[in-house]
Design a protein around this ligand. Structure first.
Ligand SMILES: Cc1cc2nc3c(=O)[nH]c(=O)nc-3n(C[C@H](O)[C@H](O)[C@H](O)COP(=O)(O)O)c2cc1C
Length: 354
């Protein structure tokens, strides 16, 4: 599997998720079987580049290559500048966000809203490709199936993007209008795959090895992209990789192993966000811990207790003790139902992202 001239370790990708797929989480996913992980989107607004949030997002220290950065915006020259800025900071692949309802940029909707304005979408693609070409940096596109049910224009946009020089397209099988409601459909993804020569990635609702196999078969896609199902369960990548390679299920990880991964993730997380009491490190770690424990026996109660802890050291100790107790009764991680993922993005979060 290649993106332009860049070879990937495998065809399982971690989906970009704002507020989730920071460098520590991407590293964890890559360690546990993801061949590729795209960073959270970086705004094309130059005035925000020096903000702590953007500079953390553009931090790739020690990250396993290739470094891929997603950019979002509505102005073609600004998007070209954002691409060049991120290339200077180590990006080896630039991904354009037309897949997620990004916040308003300069009073216009960015991200998937661009699918409603094909000429603008294409102008952005052309400008970004032109900015990346001198650096030999491939450009990829993340999109939905269309703006709304009546306007599923993914194939048209993908074809135009391919002609403009885009090296890969990822398609989330929902329209912008759908948000995260209903089920992802894969017919449009299959149609995009059939229409293009460049690699096409299928995305949406892949939450088990069986689902992964079914989506590959239904779409003929070159790769799969997994988002919500990796929250709190980053080993899903190696489970899917093993199943696709052998047709057999990998046993669930040992509880002590999952604990060690989580503890290492937290160390890395505090390293990026800081170890300060009541600071962004301890606060933003809560969601990762919450995802990891919420579907486990006693997990909800622990989550509520843990949300009151304000120091990184105490948070780490509490988590470690909780997993040690779980290990007394369970050798392997208990199975968690896919349904637990359904609420990971509810209407309120969707509105917030929008
Ligand atoms: C919390 C959250 C944040 C997201 N942020 C982005 C983003 O910044 N850029 C993007 O292209 N997609 C974003 N997405 C969409 C995901 O990349 C993916 O397309 C979507 O979740 C469907 O895949 P899944 O069913 O495997 O989760 C986000 C999704 C979630 C849940």
């Amino acid at each position: 599997m290649h993106i332009g001239h860049i070879r990937l370790a495998n065809r399982l990708f971690a989906a970009p998720m704002a507020g989730v797929t920071d460098r520590p989480f991407r590293q964890l996913c890559k360690r546990l079987g993801a061949g590729y992980a795209v960073s959270e989107m970086v705004t094309s607004r130059r005035d925000l580049w020096n903000s702590l949030k953007t500079s953390r997002r553009a931090n790739h220290d020690g990250e396993v290559e290739p470094i891929a950065v997603q950019i979002a915006g509505t102005d073609a020259p600004m998007m070209a500048q954002a691409a060049a800025y991120n290339i200077d900071r180590g990006a080896q692949i630039i991904d354009i966000n037309m897949g997620c309802p990004a916040k308003k940029v300069c009073n216009k909707w960015a991200g998937s809203a661009l699918m409603q304005d094909e000429p603008l979408a294409l102008a952005i693609v052309e400008a970004v490709v032109a900015a990346c070409a001198p650096h030999n940096v491939p450009v990829t596109l993340k999109m939905r199936t269309g703006w709304c049910d009546a306007e599923r224009n993914a194939v048209r946009i993908a074809r135009a993007a391919e002609s403009a020089g885009v090296a890969m397209v990822a398609v989330h099988g929902r329209t912008r209008e759908q948000g995260y409601k209903g089920a992802a459909e894969y017919d449009t993804v299959a149609a995009v795959k059939a229409a293009l020569r460049i690699p096409v990635v299928a995305n949406g609702d892949i939450d088990s090895p069986e689902k992964a196999r079914a989506v590959l078969a239904a779409t003929g896609a070159d790769a799969l992209m997994i988002g919500r199902a990796a929250q709190g369960r980053p080993w899903i990548f190696r489970e899917i990789a093993h199943f696709l390679a052998t047709g057999e299920h990998l046993p669930a990880p040992q509880v002590t192993q999952a604990k060690d991964w989580l503890v290492e993730h937290l160390h890395d997380h505090y390293g990026l966000y800081g170890w300060d009491d009541a600071g962004p490190g301890v606060r933003s770690a809560r969601k990762h811990i919450g995802w990891a424990v919420r579907a486990l026996p006693g997990g909800e109660a622990f989550r509520s207790r843990m949300n009151l802890i304000d120091s990184c050291e105490t948070q780490l100790r509490a988590l470690s003790d909780w997993f040690d107790e779980l290990a007394d009764t369970h050798f392997l991680m208990p199975a968690t139902s896919a349904a637990a993922n359904d609420s990971f993005i509810d209407d309120a979060l969707f509105e917030k992202l929008a």
